[in-house]
Each structure stands twice: as C-alpha cells, then as structure tokens.
Design a binder for this molecule. Structure first.
Ligand SMILES: [Zn+2]
Length: 334
C-alpha cells in the first residue's frame, strides 16, 4: 500500500513499557509509555483493545508504522510499545516510496526493535513514472545505510490497480531493478504480488537471485504456495488468513513447511478477525498467531518460537536488544 510520509509525533506519557523515538531532527529520544494510559486511549480512539499477550516473542514481518500513526491517532512510540506489550518485540517497517523509505531507515536506525525495508511500491511506480529514476537512486543509497536496513521491498507487481500494459511494463522494469539491488547488497527481497502471480515468478526467473525472498501478504492458493516454496521463498501470512471466506489461503498455510512461514500485519490494513474492519496495528498480530496455531494444531508457544526463528532467518539474523519490555514483566507492573 502507498501512503504519505509522516514524522513521529512528540507526545509521550510516563511509566511502563520503554521504547525509543526520534525527535524532529531525527535524534534518538527515550520515551516511556504507560499501558494503564494506553488502554483507555485505545478505547477513546475506537481502536481494538490489546489482546492477551503471546507466551513468547514474535516479529511483525511487515508493517507501515507511519501510516498506522496517521490513521490511528496514536504516536509511533505508542504503536511500538503496544506491540511490545503483547509480545510483538520486533517489527519490520516497510517503505513504499522515496520519502517513507527514508523515514523507515531513520526510524530503524534509532529504534533497536525495528528494521527497515526500502523500496518504491509498484503502484507508486505506476502513478509517478517520472520519479522512478531518482527514487531508485535513493533506495540504493538507503540499502547501504547499515545493519538496520534488512530488505528491499515492498516491490513487485500490482495488476489489481492497473490493467494498462505500459503501466505493467514499467512495474516489471522497476521490480527487476529492485531485485538487482537486493542481490547486490545481500538484502532480503520483499515482494508485493497482487493479481500478478505468474508475472512475478517470470520476472524473478529472469533476474539476479537474492539470497532471501519473502512473499509479503501471501495471497495465493496451495498450488502457488508450492511454486514459491520450491524456489525457497518464505510465505508471509497476514490477517486475511483468519477471514471466513479465505479457505484457499488456509490451504496454502497447510502446505507450507514450518520453517518457511512468517506472520505479518501489513498494518494499518488487513486487520485480523475478530477486529476485522478496524485499523490494524502490530499489537493485533496475536489474533493471527493464535489462529495459525489452531489451524496448524500446534501449541501457541511452539508457534511463536517457530515464527520468531523464521523471521530471523528471513531477514538476515536477529536484531534488537530487548529495550522493549513485554507485558507482565516488571515495567508493566510498576
Ligand atoms: Zn505493505
């Protein structure tokens, strides 16, 4: 999805889960969030309540914190802290255009629990073809910013929003350029594929081979899942896996080996049941994780550990230093 850049807001509250934010000049600024204040604030903003915390930490493999902040009325620090409070201790922040990729890199540089993915979204490429050349130059610069930038994405093809062959050709060219960047800089390639399964695999076959490839917001059936898995890709499952009418996605989950599945929000979009239709944020991923555990017939704790190990493997190793304190720990009892 494509959104506008937004700077983190300045408000913060006392006590509780601790995180780090950026001030207006991009400097690291310690903040504290009081969960006892956050809970009524979620209600006041008509946002879903905090679900029960997960027994073991997981990573939200794909989120747009800037857009969540814009839609929810929460500060970016509150969004990160709310996630940590329910066991979502690591986030992958994804840029969609030049400005949001710059923001993702800066925020990840300051926030140890967050890593950045940077790219020009295929819809962005279609909408602003004149910006692609400069945008790609920026993405290449950001790709080399340091260990906090772990992926090139989201890139790929989106035929849902355009059927124009010239538009689709431009998307393919930009996608190929992103693949080259991921391979050249040993970053994870994070793919957006909407109604373009065959062409996505075609472009991938004709390009360099990145070491790690994630199918973000996987939307195929079991057959397409197998084709991606044969190539060694990770499949990242969003909240749509919980939707009643999405049996084909559950069949895709069923054929995915344990070590190849990821979980993501794509927040602020695709909110899982039972909060479907409301604004999504990383703190709601426990609903999806619990649903996946049930589907798979796994213990919840095992599911969390597997998903966490997979996120580390898919994004080039662990990150963060447990700055953020999960719920039930000393800080939230203060
Ligand atoms: Zn996204």
């Amino acid at each position: 999805m494509v959104g506008k850049r937004r700077s983190p807001q300045q408000r913060s509250v006392a006590l509780g889960t601790t995180g780090h934010g950026l001030d207006r000049r991009g400097r690291l600024r310690p903040v504290t969030i009081d969960l006892n204040e956050l809970r009524p604030q979620l209600a006041a903003l008509k946002l879903p309540p905090l679900p029960q915390a997960l027994p073991s930490p997981v990573t939200d493999a794909h989120t747009h914190l800037d857009m969540v902040t814009e839609r929810s009325g929460l500060t970016v620090e509150q969004v990160v802290a709310a996630a940590a409070a329910v066991g979502v201790t690591r986030l992958v922040q994804v840029g969609c255009d030049e400005a949001s990729s710059i923001w993702a890199e800066q925020f990840a540089a300051a926030q140890p629990s967050v890593v950045a993915n940077v790219a020009l979204h295929p819809n962005e490429v279609g909408r602003y073809p004149e910006r692609v050349e400069q945008g790609l130059a920026t993405i290449e610069r950001l790709a080399q910013a340091g260990d906090h930038v772990r992926g090139i994405g989201e890139t790929g093809l989106d035929y849902y929003r355009t059927t124009d062959p010239a538009d689709q050709a431009r998307q393919k060219d930009a996608f190929a350029a992103h693949i080259e960047l991921a391979a050249a800089h040993d970053l994870t390639l994070v793919i957006h594929d909407r109604d373009a399964h065959d062409d996505v695999l075609d472009v991938l076959s004709g390009s360099a081979t990145p070491a790690r490839v994630v199918m973000h917001c996987f939307s195929g059936d079991a057959d397409f899942a197998r084709r991606c898995l044969e190539r060694g890709y990770w499949l990242s499952f969003p909240g749509t896996v919980t939707f009643k009418n999405n049996e084909s996605l559950r069949q895709a989950l069923a054929v995915t080996p344990a070590e190849r599945m990821l979980v993501e929000t794509d927040a602020p979009f695709l909110t899982p049941a039972p909060e479907r239709g409301k604004t999504n944020a990383s703190y709601l991923i426990p609903h999806t994780v619990r649903f996946m555990a049930e589907q798979l017939g796994w213990e919840l704790d095992r599911t969390c550990r597997q998903l966490q190990a997979n996120a580390e493997a898919a994004f080039g190793g662990p990150w963060g230093d447990d700055v953020l304190v999960p719920a039930g720990s000393r800080a939230s009892q203060a």
